[in-house]
Design a protein around this ligand. Structure first.
Ligand code: SAM
Length: 173
């Protein structure tokens, strides 16, 4: 897969952030959902506990929980320092402070890590990389992707970028 852990910034959002960010309705949450580039988000774990049907794909899932945890611990302060430095570029309405943001992210990533082994065994966390995904047409009703293209824009070709949109939500009409 040619993907090394030192190239990735595992940084995951909470279930509530996913629901708000993608404007997911109760009906949406009952559909078959594919999360592309989900990383260590708590979305899969929380939705599965509620009886939802979700599969997450990310190259980082090729590693085990301890390896991902160590990488999170290693990059956490670097990411937080960057956010503090660029504090004025963010809107601090829903999340009131950098410290609060850090706490939400760590809680979400802990939720993911606690669920990762079981979820991997159940086929809910699949190692894989866009643009080639191991699914047949029609296997999912909604595909979600957030904070992937922006973050990795330097590593992805213009051709790759043209194939997708950041904060992608494809809902049936
Ligand atoms: C900043 S994280 C965002 C995680 C999650 N979507 C969120 O919003 O909390 C970006 C994720 O994109 C993943 N990624 C990098 N290259 C990818 C690719 N080619 N296909 C799918 N995911 C990729 C990384 O492993 C990482 O977990």
């Amino acid at each position: 897969m040619g993907f090394t852990l030192d190239k990735v910034l595992p940084w995951g959002r909470s279930y509530e952030e996913y629901v708000n960010m993608f404007a997911l309705t109760e009906a949406d949450l009952g559909l078959r959902i594919l999360g592309c580039g989900d990383g260590p988000t708590a979305f899969n774990s929380a939705l599965t506990k509620q009886g939802g049907n979700v599969v997450s794909v990310d190259p980082v899932y090729v590693f085990d929980a301890d390896q991902i945890r160590r990488r999170i611990e290693k990059i956490y302060e670097t990411v937080m320092t960057q956010i503090r430095k660029n504090h004025n570029d963010y809107v601090w309405e829903i999340i009131p402070s950098v410290e609060h943001l850090g706490s939400i992210r760590m809680t979400a990533m802990e939720t993911f890590l606690a669920d990762f082994d079981a979820g991997k065994q159940a086929g809910r966390y699949l190692p894989g990389e866009l643009p080639s995904l191991p699914f047949a047409n029609g296997e999912f009703d909604i595909a979600l992707s957030s904070h992937f293209l922006f973050l990795y824009s330097a590593h992805l070709s213009a051709e790759f970028q043209r194939g997708g949109n950041e904060l992608l939500v494809i809902k049936p009409v």
